[in-house]
Design a protein around this ligand. Sequence first.
Ligand code: FES
Ligand code: FES
Length: 238
Amino acid sequence: MSRNRVPPGSDEEPTPTADQPSRRRFLQSAAAAATVGVAPHLHAQTQPAAPPAPASPAEVRAPEPPQPVTLNINGRAYALQLEPRVTLLDALREYAGLMGTKKGCDRGQCGACTVLVEGRRINSCLTLAVMHEGETITTVEGLASQGVLSPIQRAFIEHDAFQCGYCTPGQLCSATALLNEFNSGTASTVTADVRTRPPQLSDDEIRERMSGNICRCGAYANIVAAVRTVHDGNTGNA
Ligand code: FES
Ligand code: FES
């Protein structure tokens, strides 16, 4: 033990002066300072997150009320009451009761919801029903005529071009439009010379033109064969 050290609290402990604080007082001050620094952090950890500020009345919009919309689907007029935000897909399935059109991804990635509007194929999950009032809409239920399947429907059956069938309504509508597009001279991204009519509907052309329709069962080879059969049959339409 050093000769200068004395037991703490003993009578021999030197009395602190104004400019020589005792070690004990120093430690007490440091502990107090540390407590002050940590306290807000502990407080923040134990308090629940503050709720978001309520939206101002200007930011809160009441939903638009349903409005009358008449859709021409498969040659029949459907008078529906639809909110403006209802997609064409939901209008077909939930309001018109036409469940043939399928909802897969509901975001434009699978093609299960493909229908024909004015003869052009579109993903019905990506468009609003109110936008198509007055247009001609064809779903898979409208491909057959008076109980007679269309050529592409028959070809799908003959070539076993489906398994579970979930993608099939979209595949049929897409194939119908594909054949009409090709017959009218529309090029695709695999057409060698887009300035001239594609000479023939090759398998590459069919695969490319059907690439927006996903089949999780992998029936692609038979789908291509079915499309080719209808095209080679020179039916003129699908
Ligand atoms: S449901 Fe519309 S593209 Fe998948
Ligand atoms: S037949 Fe099943 S997803 Fe295409």
